[in-house]
Design a protein around this ligand. Structure first.
Ligand SMILES: NC(=O)c1ccc[n+]([C@@H]2O[C@H](COP(=O)([O-])OP(=O)(O)OC[C@H]3O[C@@H](n4cnc5c(N)ncnc54)[C@H](OP(=O)(O)O)[C@@H]3O)[C@@H](O)[C@H]2O)c1
Length: 273
């Protein structure tokens, strides 16, 4: 059986749905099973850190997020019979990266705990998520103008279900042991172009109005913890007019090309209405 920790996350939920559709036994670990809305075919169980051992009974493979990756949890999982762990890490882990950046530290620490755990592993290192566009949802629901930083910030946003598709293959197939996969969407797109694509998806023209970063308060970044904001702005600044990394790893592993942002916007149109 495969266990998914963080089963209601954007990627975790998509992965649970994929494993259910593939008739692959899956235990969905979530802090609040009653409100999870996960498919009935998944074995949905409350994720409790004070007594984690029973969570892993019968589990051989585990998907988890960096925030859940502790030595104690990994040790419990290994003792219970888990052999392989797939971590949703980050593309920030790269040669020449700023190793003092808080986001680097979170993911590098999680990767190190896993390397030290005695489990085999696969690290998924995606760059920008298409879902980061949810930061604009409150403004788009309220009107046709979106205020934000760095109109010409270029990224290759990846659909959460493409990350889940890679995770599914890595969990079910052999050959990904002790390997890191860099994941991106298929094309470079600016913030302005993302807003245009969302406007097309919801049938309403939208404008992106650039705000200087020193005037960008936390209200523009509802999903970014305030202590991370400065570090995030530093990352965004480096992407202005800079072509992003684009990999073909999604297609290489799943056989299906990564979806462009316009498809993500159509898939999530209702979230912006
Ligand atoms: N955004 C990006 O551009 C980007 C780029 C590279 C990597 N990443 C990585 O991807 C992650 C985001 O993925 P996502 O969008 O799928 O995540 P998400 O939607 O925020 O979901 C994470 C899930 O983990 C569980 N969780 C959250 N906080 C927790 C806590 N304090 N303790 C225990 N469980 C907690 C929750 O599941 P339950 O409520 O079901 O327990 C939550 O739904 C980031 O945190 C980062 O590590 C993001």
């Amino acid at each position: 059986m495969i266990a998914v920790i963080g089963a209601t996350g954007n990627v975790g939920r998509a992965l649970v749905h994929r494993l259910v559709a593939a008739n692959s036994p899956v235990r969905a670990l979530t802090r609040d099973p009653e409100r999870s809305g996960l498919p009935a075919q998944a074995d949905t169980v409350r994720f409790q850190l004070d007594d984690p051992a029973p969570l892993f009974t019968g589990v051989t493979r585990l998907f988890l997020y960096a925030h859940a990756t502790t030595p104690a949890l990994l040790d419990t999982a290994r003792r219970a019979g888990v052999q392989h762990v797939v971590l949703l890490s980050s593309g920030i882990i790269a040669d020449g990266a700023d190793e003092t950046h808080p986001i680097h530290i979170v993911h590098a620490t999680a990767e190190q705990h896993i390397r030290d755990s005695g489990l085999t592993w696969t690290f998924l290192r995606p760059n920008a998520f298409a879902g980061n566009a949810f930061q604009w949802a409150p403004q788009i629901r309220a009107g046709n103008t979106v205020r934000g930083v760095f109109a010409n910030s270029l990224t290759a946003p990846i659909h959460e279900d493409d990350i889940a598709a890679v995770a599914e293959r890595v969990l079910l197939d052999e050959g990904h042991e002790n390997t890191a996969h860099r994941l991106t969407g298929p094309e470079s797109i600016s913030n302005t172009e993302q807003i245009t694509a969302i406007g097309q998806a919801i049938g309403r023209p939208l404008d992106y109005v650039e705000v200087p970063p020193d005037q960008a308060g936390p209200e523009l970044f509802p999903h970014v913890p305030p202590h991370m904001l400065e570090g995030m702005l530093k990352i965004f600044a480096a992407t202005v007019d800079t072509p992003p990394e684009i990999t073909t790893t999604v297609e290489g592993i799943t056989g299906v090309p990564a979806r462009p942002f316009s498809i993500w916007a159509k898939d999530h149109a209702d979230d912006f209405r």
